[in-house]
Design a protein around this ligand. Structure first.
Ligand SMILES: C[S@@+](CC[C@H](N)C(=O)[O-])C[C@H]1O[C@@H](n2cnc3c(N)ncnc32)[C@H](O)[C@@H]1O
Length: 167
């Protein structure tokens, strides 16, 4: 049978990205080149998991921390929306960390083709980490939240100094 390239998905990762292994968020993807806003970064195929496999197996493995919500196929418009499925993103998409304060990468699903595409949400400078949003419900302690501590410490220091001045 002849292969049709009509719906073929171009697979081209932006050059200049590196994987750094010991960040406060574990491994992370950083850029060694400036990336203009809107640049295509990568397109990854996904592996959609059956709800049974997810509940019985994946939830009990490290893979649980790597899955994305994936829309369940709708049988007919009148039926109630089904629970989202889970999908493993095969590629860089599984390595982008979450940022609650500065997500510089946006991602979009192509449900029909079973892919996720990542683009720069703003101009990204050399040396920055590429981060996406995982949404509001995190299953880990957010390292970005922890890094706010020095600011609090500074405020305490400031109030001590004010106290000293008013003594
Ligand atoms: C999809 S993986 C991302 C790649 C991961 N850092 C690694 O080394 O394989 C998701 C995991 O990365 C870590 N992570 C991602 N964003 C984080 C953040 N903002 N703060 C702390 N850990 C984070 C958490 O351990 C989370 O379960």
């Amino acid at each position: 049978m002849a292969v049709s390239f009509e719906d073929a998905v171009p697979l081209s990762r932006l050059p200049g990205l590196v994987l750094v292994s010991d960040t406060p968020k574990g491994r992370g993807v950083f850029t060694m080149v400036p990336i203009p806003r809107g640049t295509h970064i990568d397109t990854n195929p996904v592996l959609v998991l059956s709800p049974t496999d997810n509940e019985a197996h994946i939830k009990h493995t490290v893979l649980y921390h790597y899955t994305y919500n994936w829309p369940a196929p709708t049988s007919d418009a009148a039926s109630a929306p089904s629970q989202p499925l889970q999908a493993v993103v095969l590629g860089l998409g599984s390595l982008f960390n979450h940022s609650s304060r500065d997500q510089n990468v946006v991602w979009t699903r192509d449900v029909a083709r079973g892919t996720v595409t990542y683009r720069a949400a703003r101009d990204i400078a050399t040396g920055e980490e590429l981060c996406i949003s995982y949404g509001a419900r995190l299953t880990f302690v957010d390292a970005d939240a922890i890094s706010e501590e020095p600011e609090e410490a500074e405020n305490v220091l400031r109030s001590i100094q004010v106290d000293e001045l008013t003594r």
